[in-house]
Design a protein around this ligand. Structure first.
Ligand code: GAF
Length: 382
């Protein structure tokens, strides 16, 4: 990929670019907790965006996407927030760097990648993180990586309009090979937790090939429902600022005051925060079977209480439940389509793949794409 992106840069723009690779992410557990100031446990993966970037001495930014042959040009100080195509993520990064007071001169870039779009692996955070790191490097901005992650996050808010948390951008920029990261989304403190189970367990993503157009609007609705819940609970539990400050037991105790859906959302988030902390303890004790059981619980919550699953994803999880090679499975990321994440015994990976492909094809008449992933380093200049 690096060589083809470099060659394409020479062909389209000429000159010598820097190369930046920027990965997608998995999340072992801790879904829809980040914007509630809770905990997440993501890692960067071996699927990535590759950038070739160079300053061009003009004030025009030119971007060429190898995956569809489209070329987009814009001038940094003329960018208007929009949600059009892949280039809005680049514009979002440039726009918010300028908001922070940085001058962004013209640059040329070629972008390509193998992160499937709409699969819940956060290709958009990879696009954002890759560009912000490239510009930081070329312009000598010396930003720290958490600040870079915040630029990607706010770009998502202002451009495509997804009021996301910080998990995806954080994982993209902080990933380390064979480690997941316990991130406290309030303090932004984080801890690397070794994930070196390759001989015994593999992380396998099963792409349902479904992507729902409702995903971003419903995502924002979930966030608003959580905030509504906090507003109500504040009347009974003084001092709370987010669902992070509330236990599942408290949500149950105040059920009568919470509208039905708001109660369900709050119960899920508070239970999920508790599961993430339990999961970290289990990983440290090498207890992946119990960790897998928590993943199934998460799926149940995401499907029934948070309502961000769909028929196909529920099918993929139900079908593998109880299989001897599967420790756990659940929908991963924002939901409404995309992938399930599965923890599968390494010696039985081939059987798992054949089984899931067969069952899904029988039911939906199409094969899911299946990725056996590894946990890799975050965004870096090559
Ligand atoms: C999406 C968002 F971008 C993340 O911030 C996170 O909320 C996730 O959905 C759900 O856990 O990937």
């Amino acid at each position: 990929m690096i060589h083809t992106v470099q060659a394409r840069f020479e062909e389209v723009f000429g000159g010598t670019p820097i190369i930046v690779t920027s990965p997608g992410r998995i999340n072992l557990i801790g879904e829809h907790t980040d914007y509630n100031e809770g905990y997440v446990l993501p890692g960067a993966i071996d699927k990535k965006i590759t950038y070739a970037v160079a300053l061009n001495g003009t004030n025009t930014c030119n971007a060429y996407a190898s995956f569809n042959g489209e070329k987009v040009s814009f001038v940094a100080d003329e960018i208007v927030p929009n949600n059009i195509g892949w280039a809005c993520y680049l514009q979002g990064v440039v726009y918010h760097l300028r908001e922070l007071g940085y001058t962004i001169p013209g640059f040329d870039c070629v972008i390509d990648g193998d992160i499937p779009i709409g699969a819940g692996l956060s290709s958009s955070a990879a696009v954002e993180g890759g560009l912000v790191l490239a510009l930081d490097y070329l312009l000598g901005l010396n930003m720290n990586r958490m600040d870079m992650a915040k630029i990607g996050q706010v770009a998502e808010h202002t451009f495509p309009g997804v009021k996301c948390g910080i998990m995806d951008q954080f994982a993209n920029l902080h990933g380390q090979a064979n480690k997941v990261m316990l991130l406290d989304c309030r303090s932004l403190d984080y801890e690397y937790v070794p994930f070196e189970f390759g001989d015994t367990y593999k992380i396998i993503l099963v792409n349902s090939m479904v992507s729902h157009s409702l995903a971003s609007s419903e995502y924002n609705v979930r966030r608003a429902q959580c905030e509504e819940g906090v507003g109500i609970l504040q009347q009974f539990i003084p001092g709370i600022q987010s669902l992070r400050d509330v236990s599942a037991a408290q949500v149950l105790a105040y059920k009568a005051y919470l509208p039905g859906k708001v109660f369900d959302r709050c119960l899920y988030v508070t239970q999920e925060n508790e599961r993430v902390l339990a999961a970290v303890g289990l990983l440290k004790q090498n207890d992946l079977e119990e960790m897998g059981r928590l993943m199934f619980e998460t799926h149940e919550g995401l499907s029934k209480l948070y309502e961000v699953s769909c028929q196909e994803l529920d099918f993929l999880v139900e079908t593998v439940k109880g299989r001897p090679e599967v420790a756990g499975a659940r929908v991963m990321g924002g939901g409404f389509g995309g992938c399930t994440i599965n923890l599968v015994k390494t010696p039985m990976v081939n059987e798992f793949i054949a089984f899931v492909e067969g069952e899904y094809e029988k039911k939906y008449g199409k094969k899911p794409s299946i990725y056996v992933t590894s946990i890799e380093n975050g965004t870096c200049v090559q």
